[in-house]
Design a protein around this ligand. Structure first.
Ligand code: MG
Length: 186
C-alpha cells in the first residue's frame, strides 16, 4: 500500500553528524555544521524525518542499544537547540560478523537492502516515490533507490570516495542538499 506523505530518509554517521568510527559515546557526537537549522526547515514543512542507519557495532558487540540510545538522545538535544527534530529512527545491528541473532549476512534491513525504508513507509504512511534518501555511501543511495526514493549524495563522511553516478543530486553537505531538495518538494 502506498502512503500519502513524502518523507526525508537520512543516513546518520557522515551525513547528519561527523563520521566517527563506531560512534558510541554521546560526547563524540558532532553535527555537520548547519544540519540542525536545515532539518528545522524540513520539520516546518511537515515532512517526516526518518533516520536509517546500519549499526553493525551493536551486532559485533562493540557497543549496545543503550549506548546507541544515549547517542540519539544527545542528537535530539543538539537538534532541539535549533528547534529541529527527528520523527523516527531505524537501525540495523545485523552483520555477517555479528554475534548471536545478529549474525546475519545480507539481512533485509541492512543497507544496501531497503528493508528499513519499506517498513518505515508502512508504519508511517509514507509515499516512497515522493521521498528522498540522503547519505554519504553508495549503500545509502542503493537502499533508497531500491525503495523507490530519489537519492542524494553528500560529500561529507565517506562521500568524497563515492562516484556519485547513482545519485539524483550531489551536494557538499546536508544543508546544501536540503536547500536544493526543499525547492523541488511540492
Ligand atoms: Mg554514513
Amino acid at each position: 500500500m502506498t502512503g500519502s506523505r513524502p518523507a526525508l530518509f537520512l543516513d546518520r554517521d557522515g551525513t547528519l553528524n561527523e563520521e566517527v568510527d563506531y560512534l558510541s559515546n554521546p560526547d563524540d557526537l558532532v553535527l555537520i555544521p548547519g544540519s540542525a537549522a536545515a532539518l528545522a526547515k524540513v520539520n516546518a514543512r511537515g515532512i517526516p524525518v526518518v533516520v536509517i542507519t546500519n549499526q553493525s557495532g551493536i551486532g559485533r558487540g562493540r557497543y549496545d542499544w543503550l549506548d546507541f540510545a544515549a547517542v540519539m538522545s544527545r542528537m535530539d538535544t543538539l537538534l532541539g537547540l535549533e528547534k529541529a527534530h527527528i520523527d523516527a529512527v531505524y537501525a540495523s545491528p545485523h552483520h555477517e560478523k555479528g554475534q548471536g541473532d545478529y549474525a546475519v549476512a545480507d539481512h533485509p534491513d541492512r543497507k544496501p537492502n531497503p528493508g528499513m525504508l519499506l517498513r518505515a513507509a508502512e508504519e508511517h504512511n509514507l509515499d516512497l516515490s515522493r521521498s528522498w534518501m540522503i547519505g554519504d555511501k553508495d549503500i545509502d543511495l542503493e537502499a533508497g533507490r531500491r525503495a523507490g526514493c530519489k537519492v542524494a549524495l553528500v560529500r561529507t563522511g565517506y562521500g568524497t570516495e563515492v562516484e556519485g553516478d547513482l545519485a539524483d543530486l550531489v551536494a557538499a553537505d546536508l544543508p546544501e542538499a536540503l536547500e536544493r531538495i526543499l525547492v523541488m518538494w511540492p
